[in-house]
Design a protein. Structure first.
Lengths: 137, 171
């Protein structure tokens, strides 16, 4: 059973779910409301929500009690492991996906950051050290 | 909290770094060569301003385990299926600084969602530790939710399933 998920605030759930399923290998699990969709890719569940009014029955994207609306963007992100980062980046670039960074090499991974249609970051990485690799342990 | 009388009989915990399970798992991975790519543990990166305070927050209050802290600007934590990377932005040669000099910041609204067994109890514990709440416990569809902030102001959503909550069926 999956006990964890990530919630991204998006401007338009239809556009966002199309982006994640078309470009990043997500599967659409449900889209029961214009402001809500649930996707999955491996162990990651991604919940996409667009801002709703305070009285909306779904609670995840209501404004805060002081009226502050929830917005897309920021820097915190989920990460997807890919076997060949150069190839993945080339495909995404060809498909017109926006890049926030070019390929950079960190301590344990090569990585690149792209953006969804609402400007939310997604980090793609290719491990270059064993500790960074995701395996069945 | 009442003292457990058995505490007197227990040996003090001895920190081992790296943990033997991690060392054994790493060894298996090295032996096996490149790992299978079909399984994709969910991984999230948060930017934090104070690594020590953040690791304490996630490990003491939200049941994360510290896996690696190889430098003052990076830590890797686990909580069940979730791997959480904490990065301190900025600094000399920082890998996350954009070419135009833009430095990543904590905050925003995108967040990880952690399931807990008793949301009211969790809320009480967090409140007693002066954790900042963006909103208190509220009801959604199939879940009750709570939105709090880590010490750097990053959002963390806690959920407790209610009746009508359906787990995705996993292949």
């Amino acid at each position: 059973m999956s006990t964890v998920s990530v919630r991204y605030i998006v401007d338009d759930v239809d556009d966002a779910q199309a982006f994640y399923t078309r470009h990043l290998g997500f599967q659409l699990d449900m889209h029961p409301d214009p402001a809500f969709a649930m996707l999955s890719r491996g162990d990651l569940r991604l919940v996409l929500v667009s801002p709703v009014p305070a009285h909306h029955r779904g609670g995840g994207s209501r404004p805060m009690p002081d009226g502050t609306p929830q917005r897309p963007g920021g820097w915190n992100r989920f990460m997807l492991q890919v076997p060949d980062l150069e190839a993945a980046a080339a495909t995404l670039r060809r498909d017109g996906v926006r890049f926030r960074t070019d390929l950079v090499t960190g301590v344990g991974t090569k990585q690149v950051m792209i953006e969804d249609p609402s400007g939310n970051p997604i980090e793609l990485f290719e491990p270059i050290r064993a500790e960074a690799r995701l395996t069945e342990t | 909290m009442p003292t457990d009388p058995l505490d007197a009989l227990r040996l003090p915990p001895v920190p081992i770094d790296p943990r033997p399970e991690f060392a054994a798992a790493l060894w298996r991975r090295i032996e096996a060569g490149p790992g299978p790519l079909d399984r994709q543990t969910a991984t999230v990166r948060y930017f934090v301003t104070d690594l020590g305070a953040s690791v304490d927050f996630y490990c003491r209050l939200l049941d994360f385990e510290e896996e690696l802290r190889p430098s003052p600007v990076f830590a890797m934590l686990y909580r069940g299926d979730l791997r959480l990377l904490l990065s301190v932005p900025g600094g000399e040669g920082a890998v996350h600084t954009l070419p135009d000099g833009t430095v990543p910041q904590p905050g925003g609204w995108n967040r990880m969602t952690l399931q807990v067994a008793d949301l009211a109890a969790t809320a009480e514990v967090l409140r007693s530790h002066q954790v900042a709440f963006r909103h208190d416990v509220q009801s959604g569809i199939g879940v009750r939710t709570l939105l709090v902030e880590d010490p750097s102001g990053n959002p963390v959503e806690l959920i407790e399933p209610t009746s009508g909550y359906h787990e995705r069926i996993r292949p």
